[in-house]
Design a binder for this molecule. Structure first.
Ligand code: 5RP
Length: 222
């Protein structure tokens, strides 16, 4: 296992401590979350049910005996656990490297508490080195891309990829993300955009960050 995967695993193991028993929870998508599902399954902790954000997570949840429920069948989720592509000191994030950010943002917004799990490479002083994923209705891809260029971005279609909702993703480099709240809104106002991977309006509440020196649990540093 690579050193980065070891750190992802350490963050995931620690996050299990923040999962309350006998509650409904939400589970994100990605390699860090894969470690979390494994750790939760092996911990013996029982949740009432978990909302999944991807077929990949659903499959692993079933393997580890974590009961899946549909978001429409629950009123609230106690916690949502997910990884990130980048996270800053306000616990705002770029997500969607795995192409699941639309579902992830929905489920994160249904949760009382969002716990982000990450290795130290994801913790950045400024968001924006990682290309911002934007999910678009296929028909509108070129039209949306031209608007993204006007915002200063360099959009590139994620070739051969369709989201769970059947849409395309353009990954956008070069955007100025120094005002993440307004940029999240501005991109989402473009007709044809489903949602983008900026999580500024719904930042994490806690960051479980695995560093070479140990695992830290951070709140937003305002
Ligand atoms: C998927 C995501 C993931 O959380 C993000 O891409 C991080 O993935 P990984 O844990 O594999 O590094 O947003 O849409």
């Amino acid at each position: 296992m690579s050193r980065q995967d070891q750190l992802k695993r350490e963050a995931a193991l620690k996050a299990v401590e923040f999962v309350p028993e006998n509650e409904y929870i939400g589970i994100g998508t990605g390699s860090t979350v894969d470690f979390f599902i494994e750790a939760l399954g092996q911990s013996g902790k029982k949740v009432k049910g978990a909302v999944s954000t991807s077929p990949r997570s659903s499959e692993l949840m079933s393997l580890y005996g974590i009961p899946e429920i549909h978001l429409n069948d629950v009123m609230r989720l106690a916690v949502y656990v997910d990884g990130a592509d980048e996270v800053n000191h306000l616990l705002q994030m770029i997500k969607g490297g795995g192409g699941a950010h639309v579902r992830e943002k929905i489920v994160a917004n249904a949760a009382d508490r969002f716990i982000c799990i990450a290795d130290e490479s994801k913790y950045v002083s400024r968001l924006g080195r990682f290309p911002l994923p934007v999910e678009v209705v296929p028909l509108a891809r070129s039209m949306v891309s031209r608007q993204l260029v006007k915002l200063g971005g360099r959009p590139e279609l994620r070739i051969g990829f369709r989201s769970a909702g059947g849409n395309e993703i353009v990954d956008v480099e070069g955007l100025d993300l120094s005002q993440p709240l307004s940029m999240e809104d501005e991109i989402n106002r473009i007709t044809g955009v489903i949602d983008n991977g900026l999580f500024a309006h719904r930042p994490a509440d806690l960051l479980v960050l695995a560093r070479a020196s140990g695992v830290e649990v951070l709140k937003a540093q305002v």
